[in-house]
Design a protein around this ligand. Structure first.
Ligand SMILES: NC(=O)c1ccc[n+]([C@@H]2O[C@H](COP(=O)([O-])OP(=O)(O)OC[C@H]3O[C@@H](n4cnc5c(N)ncnc54)[C@H](OP(=O)(O)O)[C@@H]3O)[C@@H](O)[C@H]2O)c1
Length: 281
């Protein structure tokens, strides 16, 4: 039976499609705007928007499993549509923050927890995947690296263990292949605790050019990167909270979830930097 990947153009979603196809599984890719579909020949593409329930029945027709992104406003309707379509398992790209005790009240956690709750209450079996820090967050430095060869960082010595989108997708494919839900939904991290400054250095090595790090304080970060709205301010506060905690003993996490599920160590950040070198040049 077909597996629907909602958000198939996303960094993780695209790798989920690739992984399922490599395994010979029948895949349907969905996008919000069909004009932006860019999957090459041989792949079935449909339109689906989690905030537009009327787009879901056709996308879910004949589907046994779904991969999707967290969108709390559409989660209850999606769950009902998936149940009505006879879907058996939903694999959600959630967030490891739902498992971090000191992060319970932040906006990122709240949105992912709410999505998990609404999908659980309204739909088929839910298997959340819970990565904590995406290596892809470093793409937010691309513009200043390209234009000035500089990255402005709050707390450059903050530590995290970022995970490559290919590893997250491989965990999702395992979940869509019957892996134990408890193993799949454990806190998911990369294998290397790295400071932000070290990540910048690994990108510099990948592009073969030096990149300066300029330390800024949190007020300046709000001025430079804040979008001004209440939601955006709360999201930025949540991110800054994680970055601040990463400077403290016990404030960062590294788990063996990926290695346990994939049977190999997680990809290193240096591999991520090489995969994305073109984004920074
Ligand atoms: N940043 C972190 O450290 C972190 C940590 C834990 C979890 N996460 C989770 O990881 C996600 C980012 O993953 P990513 O890098 O793969 O994201 P991405 O590349 O930005 O892709 C997001 C995808 O979501 C799809 N999408 C968004 N709204 C949708 C809607 N209403 N209906 C259907 N599809 C929708 C988009 O579809 P279209 O292509 O059609 O626009 C796009 O394909 C975050 O949003 C968060 O939930 C992030």
């Amino acid at each position: 039976m077909t597996i629907l990947v909602i958000g198939a153009r996303g960094a993780v979603g695209r790798q989920v499609v690739a992984g399922l196809r490599a395994a010979g599984r029948p895949v349907r890719a969905s996008v919000r705007d069909l004009a932006k579909a860019d999957f090459g020949p041989g792949i079935e593409v449909v339109q689906a928007d989690l905030t537009l329930p009327e787009t879901l029945p056709a996308a879910l027709d004949g589907v046994s499993q779904v991969f999707l992104y967290a969108e709390p406003s559409g989660a209850a309707d999606f769950g009902k549509a998936a149940s009505a379509a006879g879907v058996e398992r939903v694999v959600l790209l959630s967030s490891g923050s739902v498992l971090v005790p000191w992060a319970t009240s932040n906006r990122i956690t709240a949105e992912h927890r709410l999505t998990e709750e609404l999908l659980s209450a309204n739909g088929p079996e839910l298997v959340p995947i819970r990565p904590l820090a995406l290596a892809n967050n470093a793409r937010s430095w691309a513009w200043s690296i390209r234009s000035e060869r500089i990255v402005r960082l709050v707390h450059p010595e903050s530590v995290s263990a970022p995970i490559h989108e290919r590893d997250i997708a491989e965990v999702a494919v395992a979940a869509l292949s019957g892996a134990d839900p408890r193993a799949v939904s454990a806190l998911l991290t990369g294998g290397e605790p790295l400071t932000l400054r070290t990540q910048v250095g690994l990108i510099a090595a990948a592009i073969g050019a030096p990149i300066a790090v300029e330390e800024i304080d949190e007020t300046r970060a709000h001025e430079m990167f804040g979008m001004g709205g209440t939601v955006e301010t709360e999201l930025m506060e949540a991110v800054l909270h994680f970055v601040r905690r990463g400077t403290e003993p016990g404030g960062w996490y590294r788990t063996d979830t990926a290695e346990h599920l994939l049977g190999r160590p997680p990809l290193q950040f240096s591999a991520w930097a090489q995969d994305h070198a073109a984004d920074f040049t």
